[in-house]
Each structure stands twice: as structure tokens, then as C-alpha cells.
Design a protein around this ligand. Structure first.
Ligand SMILES: *Cc1c(COP(=O)(O)O)cnc(C)c1O
Length: 474
């Protein structure tokens, strides 16, 4: 298995180890596998049995071996990433059924209570293994408005050779999110609260990362959502979700997934699983008021929003102006035509802010060939979904999962629809209180977290101050 860039017309190939620690390709494209592995019913049955006997980690190692055949100690990496000292349940991703044909795939049982833990835990272990093989160290620099940062910190915590510098907008995350990050006492996890908003944090990261000399001297890297290894790790829970909902040996009856979507990272893994042969009927993409992707799947026009046009919603992890993983789907849609991807993303998007493929045969074929359908929801829809699931099923869902439930229900799809639960309600107490008139329960593993001592460095919105801080620590 080799990898290529979505914009490389020469199609040069790289190994998984090459791209594991890389971000964007030098040509501005994203790395993708040269083909998707094929799995059949016999393979699914094998994993069905393996899931029962050896559990999630064993299935994960089998699936990830298809993408990373040369990665050393993959079994060990998966065993350390997916076990019940890291996740709240030995099932890692349990499923449960709601009353109306909907299922929830519980992707939020990890240390930061968001689905990103499933990919990030793999990444932390794989990074450590690869860095030690190379004799290198890595200083991860990132900015977060919530879920990504805490997920990255918990995944990198204790990993040899890895330090994290995470910028957050001072006072702008939910109290639970602040507590989760700032209560980490390990000196290798450096929380930095910037006097500014999230965009300021991102600009600081860009300013430091664009200084190539500084970046190289201080071994600075990233863990952003375009990392292919994260997508590959997420293919596992689509497969396991399917196997848990369709447990009968020999079954190839499809299920559908409904996915609360921002940067298209989560649902892209569903697309990959479907292309590989996991029996998935529909991939239902749910957005909030920031409906860039719903608009694309309805109209064929992909129009990036200006930062000032991004709504601050009650499902904040889906508040995006563009979807950073979307290019990988377009690459597939146009049959790996890198010149076409360049034209759309490199030229048209860069110059006019949108591209329009509504008149192409490729766009017309999407629902049939790829199963994608989409919808969007509003704050009122979220509150209503949180309320109705609580009233009928006594299950509390978070506002992002509520976007998924809203869109899944509206479509009345045949067969089981699995909504991916992307976070726990405890992270978004205000919205839960607004919907239900009561606060979410705090899972026992987070009890008292808001009272722990905090470790965070306050800085002004000043790149020189950040640069000095990193230089002094590395
Ligand atoms: C990151 C995140 C999303 C969006 O996932 P993408 O991979 O960016 O589409 C949705 N919900 C929650 C809770 C998240 O943290």
C-alpha cells in the first residue's frame, strides 16, 4: 500500500511511515491511498468472530494493517490505544438502539469524551513508535476551540519524545473543556491561553509554522484533521459499528450511518469503509447552520464561507467555513484525476471562493454510487432532538449528536440508521440545561475535574512571546 497526493499529477508514491508525521503534501494536496483495500463477506465474518473473542483492538490491528503494512508493532500499538484503561468500556465503541430504528454508535467513551479520541489514541501510539524508530522528537503545536486540543493532549500525554503546545482562546471554551485541558499536570503538555479568539490562536500557529527555520530547529509538527492515519483509524469504528448492529454470521444486510459533520474527517472514514465493501447503504451527512457541505450535496456548488459568515452555534465543533478533508472525496469522485482536483481546489476555489460541478455526470451519480445524502439543522432542532431522545429513550445526547438525530429522522431511511455520537453531553452543559432544564450527569471518570489545580500559561496575542516560550522549552 502506497500513498499519493490528491494534487500530484505525476502520482509519486509514499509509504505510510512517510505520511504518518506529515501534514499537507508539498503541492498543497492531501495524501490518500493509491487504492482502497477490498473486503468481502468472509472477511467480515472473520472480524465478527475476532471482535467477540479478542475485541476491538484486534480488529483495529487487522484493518489498519491493510493501510500500514510496514508499521512495526501494529498489534501493540492498537492494544495500547484501545483498552479499558483508556476507554470507559472494554467494548471501546458500544452501540445502543433507540425506539425508532435509530442506533447510536458511542464514539465518546475515550479520555476527552469526543469521537476524536478514537483516531488520536492510535496516532499517539503510532507517533511514539515511529519517532523512537527514527530517533527523533516532536513538538506538536496546535490551536483548539475545544475537542481537538483535549483529545490530542490526552493521546500524547506520556508518549516518549512528544511534547504538546496547545493554544486556546482565553475564557472561551466551556468550563468542562477548560478543566479537561488545564488540569493536566505533565510538563510535556503545555497549555497556552491566548488573550484573543480562536482565529488569533490559529494565526499564531500559522506564523510560527511558516517560519521554516524555527520549525525545523524546534521539531515542530501538527496533529490536524487532514492526517491520513486519523481517517484510517476511524474506518475501524464504521466496521465495528456495522458488525455490532448486524451480528449474524453471513449477514451482508446494509446499515446506514448518519454523521454530524464539520471538516468531513469522520464521514470520510465512512466513505472509505463503504468503498472497501463494508455493507453501508446511505452516508447521511448532517451539518448545523454552517451548511457548506449540505449545500454541496444538494446543489453541486462548494462555496467556502468567509470567517465572518461562520455562525457560532450550539454545536460548536461543527462551526466551519470550509471542510478540510473534502478534497479527498472529490479526488475519488473524479477517478483520481489530480489535474481536476488542482483545477477545482487550487484554481477555482482559490480565485473565486467556490466551484460548481452541478452539471457533471460525476455529481449526478453521487447518491447512487457513493450513498451520500445530507441535511442541516438549527438550534431549535437540536433542543428538540435532545428533548425527544431524553423523553422517549431516557438517553441524553450532546448537541452535535442531536444534529445527527435530527437529520437522520427527517429522512425516514429504510433499515437501521446508526448515528455516530460524537461527544458526551457533559461537555456542553449550557445547551443541555436549555433543552432539558437540568444539567448533564458527569460520568464518574470526570468527577471533580473542575476543582483540580490548573496548569496554563497566559500570553498576549503576540507571536514573539509564543516563539520565546517554545524556544525556552525545547
Ligand atoms: C470534530 C467534531 C465534529 C466534526 O467532525 P469532522 O470530522 O470535523 O467532520 C463533530 N462533533 C464533535 C463533537 C466534534 O468534536
Amino acid at each position: 500500500m502506497r500513498y499519493l497526493s490528491t494534487r500530484d499529477v505525476s502520482g509519486s508514491l509514499h509509504t505510510f511511515s512517510d505520511i504518518l508525521l506529515a501534514g499537507l503534501a508539498d503541492d498543497g494536496g492531501l495524501y490518500v491511498p493509491e487504492y482502497y483495500p477490498n473486503i468481502d463477506t468472509a472477511q467480515l465474518d472473520h472480524w465478527r468472530v475476532l471482535l467477540g473473542t479478542d475485541g476491538y483492538a484486534a480488529v483495529a490491528a487487522d484493518i489498519l494493517r491493510l493501510f500500514a503494512p510496514e508499521l512495526a508493532d501494529l498489534e501493540g500499538i492498537c492494544a495500547r490505544a484501545y483498552n479499558d484503561s483508556v476507554f470507559a468500556t472494554p467494548q471501546i465503541v458500544p452501540v445502543s438502539e433507540l425506539h425508532d430504528g435509530l442506533w447510536l454508535a458511542h464514539l465518546s467513551e475515550g479520555p476527552s469524551a469526543a469521537f476524536k479520541d478514537l483516531a488520536m489514541q492510535f496516532l499517539g501510539q503510532a507517533f511514539e513508535s515511529e519517532l523512537s524508530r527514527r530517533g527523533e522528537v516532536l513538538n506538536i503545536l496546535g490551536a483548539t476551540s475545544g475537542d481537538t486540543g483535549s483529545s490530542a493532549e490526552y493521546a500524547m500525554l506520556g508518549r516518549r519524545g512528544i511534547r504538546v503546545f496547545m493554544l486556546t482562546p482565553a475564557g472561551r471554551m466551556t468550563p468542562f473543556q477548560q478543566a479537561q485541558m488545564y488540569s493536566i499536570q505533565d510538563p510535556a503538555i503545555v497549555n497556552i491561553a491566548v488573550d484573543g479568539v480562536f482565529d488569533d490562536c490559529q494565526d499564531l500557529v500559522k506564523a510560527v509554522s511558516n517560519d521554516l527555520e524555527f520549525k525545523a530547529a524546534h521539531h515542530i509538527g501538527a496533529v490536524n484533521s487532514i492526517n491520513w492515519a486519523r481517517v484510517a483509524a476511524q474506518v475501524v469504528y464504521y466496521t465495528v459499528g456495522y458488525l455490532r448492529v448486524r451480528p449474524a454470521l453471513g449477514s451482508a444486510d446494509p446499515v446506514s450511518f448518519c454523521v454530524p459533520t464539520g471538516n468531513f474527517g469522520n464521514i470520510l472514514a465512512g466513505h472509505v469503509a463503504r468503498q472497501m465493501g463494508v455493507p453501508i447503504s446511505k452516508l447521511i451527512l448532517a451539518t448545523n447552520e454552517n451548511n457548506v457541505l449540505d449545500e454541496f450535496f444538494r446543489t453541486g456548488v462548494y462555496r467556502v464561507r468567509a470567517a465572518t459568515d461562520v455562525h457560532a452555534t450550539s454545536s460548536p465543533s461543527m462551526d466551519i467555513s470550509k471542510a478540510s478533508n473534502f478534497e479527498r472525496f472529490i479526488f475519488d469522485l473524479f477517478h483520481h484525476d489530480a489535474a481536476k482536483v488542482r483545477e477545482l481546489f487550487g484554481d477555482q476555489l482559490a480565485t473565486q471562493g467556490y466551484f460548481d460541478i452541478s452539471m457533471t455526470a460525476e455529481f449526478a451519480a453521487i447518491p447512487e454510487r457513493y450513498g451520500f445524502v445530507s441535511g442541516s439543522s438549527t438550534h431549535a432542532d437540536r433542543l428538540q432532538a435532545i428533548r425527544s431522545v431524553w423523553e422517549t429513550d431516557a438517553v441524553m445526547i450532546d448537541p452535535h449528536t442531536a444534529d445527527g438525530v435530527t437529520v437522520a429522522r427527517r429522512g425516514r431511511y429504510p433499515g437501521p440508521v446508526i448515528v455516530t455520537e460524537t461527544a458526551l453531553p457533559v461537555k456542553f452543559a449550557d445547551t443541555i440545561e436549555e433543552a432539558l432544564g437540568r444539567l448533564p450527569e458527569t460520568p464518574s471518570r470526570f468527577a471533580g475535574i473542575e476543582n483540580l489545580p490548573r496548569r496554563v500559561i497566559d500570553i498576549p496575542n503576540d507571536v514573539e512571546v509564543l516563539r520565546k516560550l517554545i524556544a525556552a522549552a525545547t
